[in-house]
Ligand binder design. Structure first.
Ligand code: XUL
Ligand code: CO
Length: 400
C-alpha cells in the first residue's frame, strides 16, 4: 500500500492556511506562526512541516516557492530568503525518507502577475516569471524533489476584448519549452507536470481540462516533456467527473500525479476539501491500478481545513481521514480488478470488434465500400443491453 499511495502534505494549506475567506479574516493562528512574513516565522513553519510529516508517517510534501519563504525587496533578496529556508529544509530532511513530491513557482499572488505570467502582455513580467520558475526548479532539485508543477492560475483572460489569445497561447508554449530546456540543463530528472483548471481566479484559464491541455501540449510538440497533475475539484469545475479526467489522462499515457481533494456538490468553486467519499476513492484507485501506479507522482492533499476547524488536532484528523479513504479505495479497486466481473462486462460489450470485420477496421484494410457491403449483407442489428445497472451493482458491491 505504501508503494501505491505516495501521500504528500500541501505546505500552502497546512502551514499557511489561516481560515481566511473573501468575506472573513483569519480564524486561526497556529502555534508555530506569529502571523508575520519574517524569515524566523518561515523557519518555524518549516520545522512544523517536518514535525507534522514525521508524526503522520508521510514522506512527501509539496510547496510553492513563496509559501516557504518571504518575498524580499528585490528578486535577489527574495532568492536569498528562499535559499535560507531551503538550507534549513535540507538539514531537516537529512537522515529521513522525506523529500518534496513536487515544487512549483507561485505565479499568481503578487500584483505583478495580475495579467498573467507566461501569458502577460508585458515582456518584463514574462522574464520575471521565467526567473522565478528557474529558481523554484533549482531548489526543488536541490531538495531531491520528484516532480515540478505548473498551475497557471492567471494564465487565461478576463475578457477577449482586450486579449490577443493567439499571442498568449504562443507565449505560454514558449515559456514551457524554455522550462523544459532548463530542466535538462539543470540535470533535474523529475517529471514536469501541468495542472489543469478551467477558471478561478481567471475567468477562463487556458489549461481548461485534461483534453484541452493535452491538445495544447501536442500542438506545440511538448507531449513527451510534460505529464499532468490532476485535481478532483478542478475536474468538477470543468464539468467532468474526477474519474473522467484521470481516465482521459491515463489512456493517453499522461497521468503524472494527483491532487487528492474534492469539491462540494452545492458550491460552484474550488472548496479544496479532503476527499472522504469511498466510492469516489475506489473509482480513482481503479484508474491508478490500470495505470500501474503513478510513481514518481503521488497523492498530494491539496486540501484545507474548513474555516471553522481551528485545532491543530484537526490537521491530523483531516490527513488521516484522507489517507484512510484512499487506502480503502485501493483495497476495493484491487478486489474489483481481481474479481474481473466488471472488466468482462466491458470486454463483452466490445467483443464484436474481435470479429474479422472488427479487425479489418482496426488494421485499416477496408474502407467505406467494404463496410457498405458488410451492412448490406447483414441483418438489421438491434444492439444488446448496456447493462448499466448491473455494472453499478457490481461496482457498489465492492465499496466498503
Ligand atoms: C489551485 C491549485 C494549486 C496548485 C499548485 O487551485 O490547485 O494549489 O495545485 O499551484
Ligand atoms: Co492543486
Amino acid at each position: 500500500m505504501k508503494d501505491w499511495l505516495r501521500f504528500s502534505v500541501a505546505f500552502w494549506h497546512t502551514f499557511r492556511g489561516d481560515g481566511t475567506d473573501i468575506f472573513g479574516s483569519p480564524t486561526k493562528r497556529w502555534p508555530w506562526d506569529d502571523g508575520t512574513d519574517s524569515l524566523t516565522t518561515a523557519f518555524n513553519r518549516m520545522r512544523a512541516n517536518f514535525e507534522f510529516l514525521q508524526k503522520l508517517g508521510v514522506s512527501f510534501w509539496c510547496f510553492h516557492d513563496r509559501d516557504i519563504a518571504p518575498e524580499g525587496k528585490t528578486l535577489k533578496e527574495t532568492n536569498a530568503n528562499l535559499d535560507a529556508v531551503v538550507a534549513l529544509a535540507k538539514r531537516l530532511q537529512e537522515g529521513t525518507n522525506i523529500n518534496p513530491l513536487w515544487g512549483t513557482a507561485q505565479l499568481f499572488k503578487h500584483q505583478r502577475y495580475m495579467h498573467g505570467a507566461a501569458t502577460s502582455p508585458y515582456v518584463n513580467i514574462f522574464a520575471y516569471g521565467a526567473a522565478q520558475v528557474k529558481k523554484a526548479m533549482e531548489v526543488t532539485h536541490e531538495l531531491g524533489g520528484q516532480n515540478f508543477v505548473f498551475w497557471g492560475g492567471r494564465e487565461g483572460y478576463q475578457t477577449l476584448l482586450n486579449t490577443d489569445m493567439k499571442k498568449e497561447l504562443e507565449n505560454m508554449a514558449q515559456f514551457l519549452k524554455l522550462a523544459s530546456m532548463y530542466k535538462k540543463k539543470l540535470g533535474f530528472q523529475g517529471t514536469l507536470l501541468l495542472e489543469p483548471k478551467p477558471q478561478e481566479p481567471t475567468k477562463h484559464q487556458y489549461d481548461w481540462d485534461v483534453a484541452t491541455t493535452m491538445g495544447f501540449l501536442e500542438k506545440h510538440g511538448l507531449s513527451d516533456q510534460f505529464k499532468l497533475n490532476i485535481e478532483c475539484n478542478h475536474a468538477t469545475l470543468a464539468g467532468h467527473s474526477c474519474t473522467h479526467e484521470l481516465e482521459m489522462a491515463r489512456i493517453h499515457g499522461m497521468f503524472g500525479s494527483f491532487d487528492a481533494n474534492t469539491g462540494d456538490a452545492q458550491t460552484g468553486w474550488d472548496t479544496d476539501q479532503f476527499l472522504v467519499d469511498i466510492a469516489e476513492a475506489t473509482l480513482i484507485m481503479l484508474t491508478v491500478i490500470k495505470n500501474g501506479g503513478i510513481s514518481p507522482g503521488g497523492f498530494n492533499f491539496d486540501a484545507k481545513l474548513r474555516r471553522e476547524s481551528v485545532d491543530v488536532e484537526d490537521l491530523f484528523i483531516a490527513h488521516i481521514a484522507g489517507m484512510d479513504t484512499m487506502a480503502r479505495g485501493l483495497r476495493n479497486a484491487a478486489r474489483i480488478v481481481q474479481d474481473g466481473a466488471l472488466q468482462s462486462l466491458v470486454d463483452r460489450r466490445y467483443s464484436s470488434f474481435d470479429s474479422p470485420l472488427g479487425k479489418a477496421i482496426k488494421d485499416g484494410s477496408i474502407g467505406f465500400e467494404e463496410l457498405e457491403q458488410a451492412a448490406l449483407n447483414s441483418e438489421d442489428q438491434v444492439p444488446p443491453s448496456g447493462k448499466q445497472e448491473l455494472a453499478e451493482m457490481i461496482f457498489y458491491s465492492f465499496v466498503q
